[in-house]
Design a protein around this ligand. Structure first.
Ligand code: EPS
Length: 376
């Protein structure tokens, strides 16, 4: 399975193509729209989300809500394009309008200009913007539906916002109780996090956070210890790191494992009654030797603060070469909830690819049959 996306933040829309989905998968478009709406929500978001009401349109690969086995093309149209087509239209427009030359530290602006040429960072930021993640969520939700057909579920929550951190441990079932404003689990912590976001907004600043992702129901043996590119942890970390603003990924105990002794890290194995095995702990986060071991997969991803600060950091205007304050486009103060939704989607997409590589991808019934015959 291969997924590619296209589209600019203020262009006509965002587009995605999924190749290699099996025929026979029922597509729930309401669920896709539901995740698109979730991606737009969360405490600390900016004015753009009041303009957009993201919905998916399926352009190919699906007939009467069931996949055909042909490439599935998805579109999420930008309502804001109406306000931008004078300077964004592919058919011809005024490219001297809405230029961005006061490049933002931490954004793709300056490095993108060095790489692709020119002095208008609009040409860079339009694609680098996290607006692209709308169609990633649409494609990821299709993949979520494929995984669900096999009994594999993906969920997650927000563990921290800035320096407000929840050190609790939660069961997979408990995650359905994540709180609406920031997807945190603890109401007290979430109230504290909201106060932090308010303080950042007042100071013209931004803040990031950490999301925890979980996968339940994935059988053992996905990924491989035999070659580097097949290692499941490497593949999932790569998928999560590809999400805008993500700066770190942990699997299971992650960095904390390095400061503990082996006896406090590895999950001891016990004989199960039916000739199987069981563990009392899951510090490995469900992956050993680059393969799923049948336990829940546990991943964490750290999002940096968004680089568009309303107070503008020190920078250089790339036309005048004078020291200035960075451009201040409208901006989110904190988008950790949106990032969590995108991370779940990126995880669903990568996992669906891993599963189909092992089980084939012509007909969903065959995929289900083969999955059902695998050991736990
Ligand atoms: C985003 C849309 C963008 C930004 C944000 C995410 O809309 P606009 O640029 O029109 O305000 O709000 O993008 C960025 C964080 C960024 O750095 O570009 C969205 O839909 O998620």
């Amino acid at each position: 399975m291969k997924i590619s996306t296209a589209g600019e933040s203020h262009g006509k829309g965002l587009f995605g193509m999924i190749e290699g989905l099996p025929a026979g998968l029922k597509i729930d478009m309401d669920e896709i729209d539901g995740y698109l709406a979730l991606r737009q929500s969360g405490y600390g978001r900016g004015a753009r989300q009041k303009i957009e009401h993201d919905r998916v349109e399926i352009l190919s690969g699906v007939r009467d809500r069931v996949t055909l086995g042909s490439p599935v093309t998805l579109a999420v149209w930008n309502r804001d394009y109406e306000n931008w087509k004078f300077c964004m239209a592919p058919e011809g427009c005024d490219t001297s309008a809405r230029t961005l030359t006061k490049v933002r530290p931490g954004h793709a602006d300056l490095t993108g200009l060095k790489k692709f040429g020119g002095t208008d960072a609009r040409n860079i930021l339009e694609r680098a913007s996290a607006r692209e993640t709308a169609v990633r969520v649409a494609a990821g939700t299709v993949c979520r539906q494929l995984l669900r057909a096999l009994g594999v579920e993906v969920s997650g929550y927000v563990r921290s916002v800035g320096n407000v951190s929840d050190e609790g441990e939660y069961t997979f079932d408990a995650l359905s109780g994540r709180l609406g404003e920031l997807f945190m689990m603890d109401a007290g912590k979430q109230a504290e996090a909201m106060r932090l976001i308010d303080a950042c907004r007042e100071a013209g600043d931004t803040c990031g956070g950490v999301a925890e992702l979980r996968v339940r129901g994935l059988k053992s043996g996905f990924g491989s210890c035999m070659t580097y590119p097949e290692k499941l942890d490497a593949r999932l970390a790569s998928a999560l790191m590809s999400v805008q603003a993500v700066k770190g990924v942990e699997v299971g105990l992650g960095f904390a494992a390095a400061s503990r002794r082996g006896s406090e890290v590895h999950d001891e194995i016990f004989p199960g009654g039916d000739g199987g095995y069981f563990r009392k702990t899951n510090r490995a986060g469900g992956i050993e030797g680059g393969m799923s071991n049948g336990e829940e997969i546990v991943l964490r991803a750290a999002m940096k603060p968004i680089p568009t600060l309303m107070r503008g950091l020190a920078t250089v205007d790339c036309v005048s070469h004078e020291a200035v304050r960075a451009a201040t486009e409208r901006s989110d103060v904190c988008a950790i909830l949106a990032c969590e939704v995108v991370l779940e989607s990126a995880l669903c997409a990568e996992l669906a690819g891993v599963v189909l590589e092992r089980l084939g991808a012509d007909r969903l019934d065959d995929v289900k049959d083969r999955y059902g015959r695998l050991p736990q």
